[in-house]
Design a protein around this ligand. Structure first.
Ligand SMILES: Nc1ncnc2c1ncn2[C@@H]1O[C@H](COP(=O)(O)OP(=O)(O)OP(=O)(O)O)[C@@H](O)[C@H]1O
Length: 233
C-alpha cells in the first residue's frame, strides 16, 4: 500500500509582516488537504493578505515553515524553485494593480506561458481559458482600460490557471464585484478544481460566500491564538 499523500500546503507556526518588531501574522498554522477548499475569514487589516502571500511563496515569513507536498520551502518569490512557484495560481483583490496596462487581455492570460518558454501553447490554452472564465474574443483583444473590473478579474483568474496550478490562492477575488460576476468566477474556479483536483485557499471577509463556497471556513482568531495574548490585546 502506498503511503498517504502529504498535504499540498502546510503553514507551520508562521510569523510574518513588514517590521520584525511588530509582525501582523503571529504563529499561524494551517493545512490544506489534497483537493480541499478552505476559506479563511477575517476582518479588514487583520493580516489575511499577508498570510495568503506567504502561502503562495510571495512573501518571506520571519519565522515558521511552509511545506509544499511535505517539502519545506527554502526560497521565496523569484528565489523559489520554478516547480514550487508554478504550483500556485494566485488571484488578488484588485485586478488593476495585478495587470500590465499595456497588454491585451489575451496577452495577459498567456503571460505565464510566455514566461516559462511555452509560447507555442498560448493560443489554444488562451481559447480554453477564455471559455472557462467567460471572456469573448472581442474582450480578449482589449486592454485593461477598455474593460470593466469584473472582465479584468476574469482575465486575471484565467492567467492564474494558465499553468494548471495544483494550489489556488484567491485573496478577496470577488470583493469588488457584483453578485453575478462573483457567481461566475466562483463557478469557473470550481470547474477548474473538478477537472484538476487542485486545492484552494479562499481568503475573504464575506462569511456567507465563503461558507457556501468552501469545504470548511476558519476564522482568523482560530488560526492566530497568539494575537489574543499580545500586549494590549
Ligand atoms: N507592504 C506593506 N508594508 C507595511 N505594512 C503593510 C504592508 N501591507 C500590509 N501592511 C499592514 O499589515 C496589516 C495587515 O494587512 P493585510 O493586507 O495582510 O490585511 P488583510 O486582512 O488582508 O486586510 P484587507 O481585508 O483589508 O485586505 C495592516 O495593518 C496593513 O496596514
Amino acid at each position: 500500500m502506498s503511503a498517504e499523500a502529504p498535504p499540498p500546503l502546510q503553514l507551520r507556526a508562521v510569523t510574518a509582516g513588514y517590521d520584525r518588531r511588530a509582525p501582523v501574522v503571529r504563529d499561524v498554522s494551517l493545512t490544506l488537504d489534497p483537493g480541499e477548499c478552505a476559506g479563511l475569514l477575517g476582518p479588514s487589516g487583520c493580516g489575511k493578505s499577508t498570510l495568503a502571500r506567504v502561502a503562495a511563496l510571495l512573501h518571506r515569513p520571519d519565522a515558521g515553515e511552509v511545506l509544499l507536498d511535505g517539502e519545506p520551502v527554502r526560497g521565496w518569490r523569484h528565489r523559489a524553485p520554478r516547480a514550487q512557484r508554478t504550483a500556485f495560481g494566485v488571484v488578488f483583490q484588485q485586478p488593476r494593480l495585478a495587470a500590465d496596462p499595456r497588454l491585451t487581455l489575451a496577452a495577459l492570460v498567456a503571460e505565464p506561458l510566455r514566461a516559462t518558454g511555452r509560447r507555442a501553447e498560448a493560443p489554444a490554452r488562451t481559447e480554453e481559458l477564455a471559455a472557462l472564465v467567460g471572456l469573448t474574443p472581442d474582450l480578449l483583444a482589449r486592454r485593461p482600460h477598455e474593460v470593466s473590473d469584473g472582465q479584468l478579474q476574469r482575465a486575471c483568474l484565467a492567467r492564474a490557471l494558465a499553468l494548471r496550478p495544483r494550489i489556488l490562492v484567491c485573496d478577496e477575488m470577488t470583493a469588488m464585484l457584483d453578485a453575478s460576476t462573483t457567481a461566475a468566477l466562483v463557478a469557473a474556479v470550481e470547474d477548474y478544481r473538478r477537472t484538476s483536483g487542485a486545492a484552494l485557499l479562499a481568503v475573504g471577509h464575506d462569511r456567507t460566500l465563503l461558507e457556501r463556497w468552501c469545504d470548511r471556513t476558519v476564522g482568523w482568531h482560530e488560526l492566530a491564538p497568539a494575537v489574543k495574548s499580545a500586549p494590549g490585546g
